[in-house]
Design a binder for this molecule. Structure first.
Ligand code: TMP
Length: 239
């Protein structure tokens, strides 16, 4: 598959046309951004790590009944994906309070939540990705109906259940994550974008060490060793 015209460039990926009009080529970039791209850096090899991690997790989710946009990996940083129209809602799923939840509601950092919390945020950098309730989503016509919102929440919870158990077997606590969904040519909702340490928080179960983008967000540190550790644990046999 040859890369065609560049269709879109985001903070972490580029999307290209290819010979098949129903498919796109996604390229994972080495760029790192935080705080709505106020903070920027670049780390050689980060894109390849995220591409590998995301592909493994999407395959795991497919095997467990979650339909995704992933067709196949092309090389270390490129994936062939189904063309979708992205629903402009960031679906955030949380098991433990940290990040913006602790800042917004004053819940102590590291508090285990009494139930899985699903939140919606508007995918709009100019507005700083504001939090949305269901009525905001309907008011802005982000989805066609309440049923679709309920489906997004259900998919978020199902993804969480699968990933939380998978990572627990590898001594990693899945703290929270963000996913995006798209609608394909048949009207089907597919998990899209990526799932990687850029979009998830992982804490080592024993040491509570952070193995995700918070290393960059909070400490300005290099993320590569942590992302390599996440990939290594994904590939480990069940413990
Ligand atoms: P938050 O605590 O900053 O709201 O982030 C919650 C989770 O969602 C965390 O795992 C990081 C992820 N996330 C993204 O991947 N992209 C975003 O734009 C935001 C706001 C969060």
């Amino acid at each position: 598959m040859q890369k065609g015209e560049l269709l879109y460039e985001g903070k972490g990926k580029r999307l290209y046309k290819c010979e098949d009009e129903n498919l796109l080529i996604a390229e994972f970039k080495d760029d790192l951004t935080a705080n709505n791209a106020e903070k920027r850096s670049r780390e050689e090899g980060k894109g390849a790590l995220n591409a590998a991690i995301s592909a493994q997790l999407f395959k795991l989710l497919e095997a467990n009944g979650i339909k995704t946009h992933l067709v196949k990996r092309l090389d270390s940083t490129h994936q062939l994906v189904k063309k979708v129209s992205i629903i402009p809602i960031e679906v955030v799923v949380r098991n433990v309070a940290t990040g913006s939840l602790t800042r917004r509601l004053g819940i102590a950092d590291g508090t285990e939540l009494p139930f899985v919390l699903v939140e919606f945020y508007l995918k709009n950098d100019d507005l700083g990705d504001p939090i949305l309730n269901d009525e905001h989503c309907l008011l802005l016509n982000l989805v066609k109906d309440q049923e679709t919102l309920d489906l997004l929440k259900e998919k978020g919870r199902k993804i969480n259940k699968i990933l939380k158990a998978f990572f627990a077997n590898r001594k990693l606590d899945l703290i929270d994550f963000k996913v995006e969904f798209g609608i394909d040519a048949n009207g089907e909702i597919l998990l899209s974008d990526e799932i990687s340490p850029d979009s998830c928080r992982f804490w080592d179960m024993d040491t509570r060490q952070k193995l995700d983008k918070d290393i960059f967000r909070l400490e300005d540190g290099s993320v590569k060793d942590a992302y390599e550790e996440v990939l290594k644990r994904i590939n480990e046999e069940r413990v």
